[in-house]
Design a binder for this molecule. Structure first.
Ligand SMILES: [Zn+2]
Length: 504
């Protein structure tokens, strides 16, 4: 036996001496699961990138049994098994042959398999979802939402454009933060290997991952004024997010005015800014209830209504801009005291199409909870308001050939003309909220609300929940509830526009 063992050992030595010429370490892959990220070593053997079968066995709970006589490896996972030829680049999965770029390679006692073995064979038998992404060297295990994001920055005359192709399409919100514009995705992480490979412009100095693994930050220069974001269909089922970064205008207006950015002159840029936004909506005004000295309701744990309404309003603004491409103005974007008529004036002066006032409720009974939607009731506003509501639309002159009639209706009664539309809008918003957040037993109500009375367009007031209900107070502060509210309000807007035919 001894000479035989020696001969075998010699053969092994020859093998191990011969191998280094043909194999080398490759950059590791990153295995991403719900709970963790860890490296998975890869090596190049005979020009093929391979994983150690032992590593895969540990990762996917595989049982590996070699059948030397049949020149095969019997690999099973859960109830399923695979026969992998040790001589040929072939595997048999449930009786079906699958080809591989190379046969397994043996090094010492270990078998190596081409990385494609994971996507072509293991993915077919694994009870968990497996997604191998070779270009970004990722191996996603389980239901991981990790969209691929590719970024391009270009200068277009005075403005700059940042284009993000996102696959698969993933919910996102674009918002402005000091010194940057941030795109937050509803994802576990982003697959964006070439995020930094970017040109810079005099408005955009860089693009990189944001504070969280789910966001992309676009750094802007002090010349930055505002941005506009549109979603379009992208290549290969991707969503293309086009963010136009606009410079400051010469004279900053006192009150919010329509942003009319210079139309890009370059022929390759599509005239995005001139397209009517989704559903014919051009401007939506969101009114974060209370502010400054007027703190509004106070929660059992001290949460102030003004804080929650502003947080939800900012989130809703970003979400609407990103999803609908509609201009959104807030009646105030800081902790300021703003009068009720002033809030209506922001909407009227900007010829908004919709007005949404956001509030949170308080009750003496701590058990009371849930969201509510209000539209204006005319009781308490007198006969003139009732008459204004009943006057036929076309009987009223329209100034300047427009479709607005605020000029001839006393300020106090502006909303009277829109009660029916506001009721429709309120129903749509209530139904959309019901799909996503807990509702009050009295979810849809009519009330003589001062903030709505002067608004010259369909208008609702949404009480997003009760701060006096301790669990709801906590929920209203949480990211997921705030984004559910923003989503629901967008759905409500879309339902209303769909139901009202998209015309005024
Ligand atoms: Zn309030």
């Amino acid at each position: 036996m001894k000479p035989l063992v020696a001969a075998f050992a010699a053969a092994l030595c020859l093998l191990t001496v011969a191998l280094p010429a043909q194999q080398s370490a490759a950059l590791p892959y990153t295995v991403v699961t719900r709970d963790a990220k860890r490296p998975l070593a890869a090596r190049t053997i005979n020009g093929q990138e391979m994983f150690a079968l032992d590593d895969l066995a540990r990762l996917f709970n595989l049982t590996v049994r070699e059948d030397a006589a049949a020149a095969s490896l019997n690999i099973s996972a859960g109830g399923q098994s695979v026969l992998l030829s040790t001589q040929q680049p072939l595997a048999s999965v449930g009786g079906r042959m699958t080809s591989l770029p190379a046969a397994p390679a043996r090094e010492g006692r270990s078998w190596y398999v081409p990385v494609d073995f994971v996507s072509r064979v293991l993915a077919a038998i694994s009870p968990t979802k497996i997604d191998l992404r070779k270009p970004s060297r990722l191996l996603l295990v389980g239901d991981i939402r990790m969209p691929r994001v590719a970024v391009r920055v270009e200068g277009l005359g005075a403005q700059s454009r940042v284009t993000l192709d996102v696959a698969p399409p993933t919910g996102h919100a674009v918002s402005q933060e000091p010194g940057r514009v941030v795109v937050r995705f509803e994802a576990d992480a982003l697959d964006a290997p070439d995020l930094r490979a970017n040109t810079t412009t005099d408005l955009v100095t860089g693009v990189h991952l944001g504070d969280t693994a789910q966001s992309v930050a676009i750094d802007v220069t002090p010349r930055f004024g505002s941005f506009r974001s549109t979603d379009q269909p992208g290549p290969a089922g991707a969503t293309r997010i086009v963010i136009d970064v606009l410079p400051q205008t010469e004279a900053a207006p006192q009150t919010p005015q329509p942003q009319v950015p210079a139309r890009p002159q370059t022929p390759e840029s599509p005239p995005l800014l001139d397209l009517p936004p989704a559903g014919g909506l051009r401007t939506i005004v969101i009114d974060p209830g209370h502010g400054g000295d007027d703190t509004g309701a106070k929660g059992t744990q001290g949460t102030l209504e003004k804080t929650v309404t502003l947080a939800v309003a900012r989130r809703l603004k970003a979400a609407i801009e990103a999803r609908l491409g509609t201009r959104v103005l807030l009646t105030h974007d800081g902790d300021q005291t703003v009068g009720l008529d002033q809030r209506a004036a922001v909407a009227n002066n900007n010829k908004a199409d919709l007005f949404i006032s956001l509030h949170a409720s308080a009750s003496l009974r701590p058990a009371v909870a849930g969201a509510q939607v209000f539209y204006l009731g005319l009781e308490g506003y007198g006969e003139a308001a009732q008459r204004a509501a009943q006057a036929p639309r076309d009987a009223l002159p329209v100034l300047g050939g427009g479709t607005r009639d605020i000029e001839i209706i006393p300020w106090e009664m502006a909303q009277a003309r829109y009660i029916d539309q506001s009721a429709g809008f309120a129903r749509a918003v209530e139904a959309a909220l019901r799909d996503r957040v807990p509702m009050s037993p009295r979810a849809l109500q009519q009330a003589p609300l001062r903030v709505l009375v002067g608004v010259n367009m369909p208008a609702v007031l949404v009480e997003i929940g009760f701060l006096t209900n301790a669990p709801e107070e906590q929920q209203l502060l949480a990211d997921d509830r705030q984004s559910a509210l923003a989503q629901a309000l967008i759905d409500g807007i879309m339902r209303y526009r769909a139901g009202s035919g998209g015309t005024r």
